[in-house]
Design a protein around this ligand. Structure first.
Ligand code: ADP
Length: 525
């Protein structure tokens, strides 16, 4: 059996087990199940995997019916319920997956509104169908339908998103085995308040319910939709646990369900708003990064073509002179005096090449600098923001320390940000190219020393390769397949244009460390 089929079989088996357990737990309350999560699981499964999985939603109630035995009101009722659930789930999945290919993105507000609409429709269909075959008179049947519709709505809103989302919030999930302190506090706050609200629910004490908005809003704003969905799923389990522990058949359950429904809708909307904002921020960052990359390449190409143009002529001339000298020397009666004169011309041309290169560097150095007093921390933040998309994608941490208390520096902000971007991106690329290792990190720090500010960019990557170390700041020195080898030479020119220094070393802990100084904006008298 292929891996895909195995995964599907595991998913299906877990779903069927959960369905049977949820259904059994709900039926333990009698005919009306106040917290029936079974249909909500089907809703989530079919929305996540596609309407093609509706057959599972059809099979699950039949299986649960067969296992539930005497609790069922007969095979007719089971069939009606199974068909109603499967049809409701298929319809909802068709609406929630308009293009039919991807699972619904609950991080979008539009999808959340569609979820609300499909939830109401699905709950109405399932509730009405089940009430219709319960064998009651008209008004008791209507009352039962109302209660079932409410119960299913709340269950779908709280349980289905957890089935649909892509995974737990990063801080909670298996990605980080040690959850952050904040995540622990969030779980604790949720657990304590859930206990306060649902544990005392047996005594009809549900006045503190609205306190639950606090941890849910906290979690949704910090973790977006995955956080909101996970917290809601956990919250749904709270009244179930309370039922099991204390047992009750309380009329206040309707009030509680309505409150939980409102809480679920608010949290899902909040989660989607946060997720949507984060998505647009990361898209903007990616675009900025692309732009920065393009600008960097552009500078490179401009410099390369200027160099090629400026150097081509004297180098061609030098080659011609050298070939002429070779011919003069190789002649049957060599004219060494003329050969020497021709070689001297060749040397002149090569000197011109050297002057051109120096001229270019001087141009870069003197190129208009717009000096102003600038805050180093702001520049570092700007630079790290430009590199963050690339770093995040590779799971690399970017950190800045010790920059807050530094005096302002007199620099051309754009150019120094460019230097920081070059150094940080090189570090990110070096870390990304060598696999993750332990906690891959790029650290930017600063200190005031001897009347200047010294900035340090260090990483815990592979360090500088011996073959580039000696010529690190020369143009076109690179170890990257698609590298141009211009970033460091341009950075050095920029730093030197500020009458400052840029140097590099391999750090004791193994990574590469770059330092550069910057002049202070106000020099002490
Ligand atoms: P490019 O990035 O196009 O290669 P650069 O001038 O920016 O050009 O870098 C030159 C070379 O210096 C890189 O190819 C790489 O080998 C080396 N290098 C720069 N920064 C680091 C770093 N943080 N860790 C390891 N090697 C580095």
């Amino acid at each position: 059996m292929s891996k895909l089929w195995l995964r599907r079989a595991v998913k299906l088996a877990s779903y069927l087990c959960l369905y049977v357990v949820a259904d059994g737990a709900a039926l333990a309350h009698g005919d009306v199940a106040p917290w029936n999560a079974a249909a909500a699981l089907s809703f989530g499964l079919v929305a996540r995997l596609g309407p093609g999985w509706s057959w599972a939603a059809l099979a699950a109630p039949v299986l649960a019916g067969a296992l539930g035995g005497e609790l069922w009101s007969g095979p007719g009722a089971v069939s009606v319920r199974a068909v109603a659930e499967a049809a409701a789930c298929a319809g909802a999945a068709l609406v929630l997956r308009p293009h039919g290919v991807e699972r619904p993105d609950l991080g979008r507000l539009r999808t959340i509104f569609l979820l609300f609409v499909t939830t109401i429709a699905a709950a109405a269909l399932i509730g009405a169908a089940r009430a219709a075959v319960a064998g009651l008179d008209l008004w008791p049947a209507v009352e039962l339908a109302g209660r079932l519709i409410l119960a299913h709505m709340v269950a779908i809103l709280t349980v289905a998103p957890l089935v649909v989302i892509r995974g737990l919030p990063r801080a909670w999930g298996p990605v980080r085995l040690t959850p952050s302190i904040e995540a622990l506090l969030q779980v604790a706050a949720l657990a304590i308040l859930a206990w306060e609200v649902f544990g005392r629910f047996v005594n009809q004490e549900i006045h503190f319910f609205y306190l639950l908005f606090l941890p849910l809003a906290w979690i949704a704003t910090r973790h977006g939709q995955p956080g909101a969905a996970t917290a809601l799923g956990a919250l749904f389990a709270a009244p179930l646990a309370s039922d099991w522990l204390f047992g009750h058949h309380d009329p206040a359950v309707i009030e509680l369900q309505i409150r939980l429904g409102v809480l679920a809708m608010t949290s899902l909307l909040l989660g989607a708003m946060v997720s949507e904002r984060r998505l647009s921020e990361s898209r903007m960052l990616a675009r900025q990064t692309e732009l920065a990359h393009f600008q960097r390449l552009n500078v490179g190409w401009e410099m390369a073509s200027a160099l090629a143009h400026e150097l081509n002529q004297p180098l061609t001339a030098a080659m011609n002179y050298t070939q002429a000298a070779q011919r003069l020397i190789a002649a049957p009666s060599p004219d060494l005096a003329r050969a020497g004169a021709v070689m001297a011309k060749s040397v002149d041309q090569i000197e011109r090449v050297g002057q051109t290169i120096h001229g270019l560097r001087d141009f870069m150095r003197k190129g208009e600098l717009r000096l102003a007093a600038n805050d180093l921390r702001e520049m570092v933040e700007d630079a790290l923001r430009l590199v963050s998309a690339e770093a995040n994608a590779a799971g690399i941490g970017l950190h800045a320390v010790g920059l807050g208390a530094l005096p302002p520096v007199m620099v051309d902000k754009t150019q120094i940000v460019q230097v920081l971007v070059n150094l940080a991106r090189n570090a990110v690329q070096a870390l990304a190219a060598t696999g993750r290792g332990d906690n891959p990190t790029v650290l930017v720090s600063g200190r005031a020393v001897d009347g200047v500010v010294e900035v340090t960019v260090t990483d815990n990557g592979p360090g500088l390769a011996p073959q580039v170390l000696a010529r690190l700041f020369e143009p076109f020195v690179t170890t990257k397949p698609a590298g141009m080898g211009l970033g460091l030479s341009i950075s050095k020119s920029i730093v030197e244009a500020h009458d400052s220094r840029l140097w590099a070393e391999n750090a004791a802990h193994g990574g590469a460390t770059f330092h550069f100084t910057l002049p202070l904006a106000v020099v002490d008298a």
